[in-house]
Design a protein around this ligand. Structure first.
Ligand SMILES: Cc1cc2nc3c(=O)[nH]c(=O)nc-3n(C[C@H](O)[C@H](O)[C@H](O)COP(=O)(O)OP(=O)(O)OC[C@H]3O[C@@H](n4cnc5c(N)ncnc54)[C@H](O)[C@@H]3O)c2cc1C
Length: 366
């Protein structure tokens, strides 16, 4: 008998499990395939609180808190797991190509100033001086966010797995939960390998479906990425445009991403996606032309119906942490911690706007 069964061992389930273990709970993670091999394996690892465009100011503030939380979490996880997560604090640029995007970036910069977050707007001429390797003439302005950070998503996931096990958490792989039900005040998770029992269940199964779990269905959004391995990285900070992003990793790779195809579940990489991403990336930084292609992959982001994650209570002793869409790595640390605190009866005000019963908001924003 466990205190909590977490269903799904992606970054969200793993982070919640890690924080529940720190709260002294007995935790079992049930994972359909291999831990950390779905959306969490595909991510570029940007902790893009400011570079991403968020649906509301509340979500922006939450994203900033999540990014800043990572600073302490990175060291904590590395100590517990003995693994590095390649946490980098080099900042990020968001480039504008054209007047509309320039206006958007100026507004965004002003909003970040109101929120006391550092953000600096550069004219086209100034950005070319600051980033001389940029060759695309159309770059007409940019904003620089010095507090933006990043990790290697796979190393982060591996460190979470290690830390969970180190703290005594159990992870059962190849165990698909087909249904959940409640008997005499306890929860049961049913799988072909047997039934598992706990006081509470946390649903963190991303794009998966489970019978008896009354929660809104996720919208799968496929994303394709390419990793280049240049002899030398031409830049050390993340570069984001409306069409493509380039993320220089601590191991020397540059990740070029990512496409967005809603409703698509296949993880094959389309030739057209490779052409699209490389076409845009190389037009921006032609110096990468000679870089060997190291890896090409696709993953499926779990998106909630209104694009805002779910973190909260579904019914008595049943909770959800899912639907983080483009920002699951960024948000997993802090939302995992706050979900663990909510499940152990602590203050969970920070998650108020992520409650799954926000039907009115969902209908309104649709
Ligand atoms: C191409 C791409 C680039 C991205 N880049 C970034 C980025 O730079 N920064 C960022 O913050 N985010 C990024 N993301 C988003 C991020 O990867 C996701 O939001 C995040 O990984 C979601 O984590 P999760 O734990 O909710 O889901 P997942 O990682 O998908 O984990 C869910 C797990 O549940 C398991 N499962 C499902 N059904 C069952 C079941 N019935 N029983 C047991 N287990 C089950 C699955 O096998 C899976 O392992 C990117 C995503 C993609 C695809």
């Amino acid at each position: 008998m466990y205190d909590v069964i977490v269903i799904g061992a992606g970054v969200n389930g793993l982070s919640a499990a890690y924080h529940l273990l720190l709260e002294g709970k007995k935790v079992l993670l049930l994972e359909k395939g291999k831990a950390g091999k779905e959306a969490s394996h595909a991510a570029a690892g940007m902790l893009g609180a400011q570079t991403e465009m968020h649906a509301s100011r509340e979500l922006f503030r939450f994203a900033v808190t999540c990014r800043d939380y990572f600073c302490g979490l990175a060291g904590e996880l590395e100590n517990t797991s003995g693994l590095t997560i390649q946490y980098r604090q080099e900042g990020a640029w968001r480039l504008a190509c054209g007047i509309e995007e320039e206006q958007r970036l100026k507004k965004l910069t002003a909003l970040h100033h109101e929120e006391k977050e550092p953000a600096e707007y550069f004219s086209g001429e100034d950005v070319r001086k600051a980033l001389p390797f940029l060759k695309k003439k159309e770059v007409s302005g940019a904003a620089f966010f010095e507090n933006e950070t990043q990790v290697d998503a796979r190393s982060y996931t591996a460190a979470l797995i290690e830390a969970v096990q180190h703290l005594g958490g159990e992870i059962r792989e190849q165990t698909e939960v087909r249904g959940i039900s409640r008997f005499s005040g306890k929860w049961q998770a049913a799988s072909p390998d047997g039934n598992f029992h706990s006081e509470k269940i946390l649903l963190a199964h991303g794009n998966g479906k489970i019978k008896g779990a009354a929660m809104p269905e996720m919208i799968p959004v496929k994303g394709e990425c390419i990793a280049l391995l240049p002899k030398e990285q031409p830049f050390s900070c993340t570069i984001v445009t409306p069409e493509v992003y380039l993320v220089p990793k601590a191991d020397g790779r540059v990740i070029v991403g990512a496409t967005e195809t809603e409703g698509e579940l296949s993880k094959t990489v389309r030739a057209g996606a490779v052409q699209y991403l490389l076409g845009r990336a190389l037009a921006l930084v032609p110096e990468l032309n000679e870089a060997p292609v190291d890896e090409i992959w696709a993953g499926i982001r779990p998106k909630s119906p209104d694009g805002i994650p779910f973190a909260g209570k579904l019914e008595e002793d049943l909770y959800v942490l899912a639907g983080h869409y483009r920002n699951g790595i960024l948000m997993s640390g802090y939302s995992g911690r706050k979900t663990a605190e909510m499940m152990t009866g602590k203050n969970s005000e920070a998650l108020q706007f992520l409650q799954p019963d926000r039907r009115e908001t969902i209908e309104y924003s649709n």
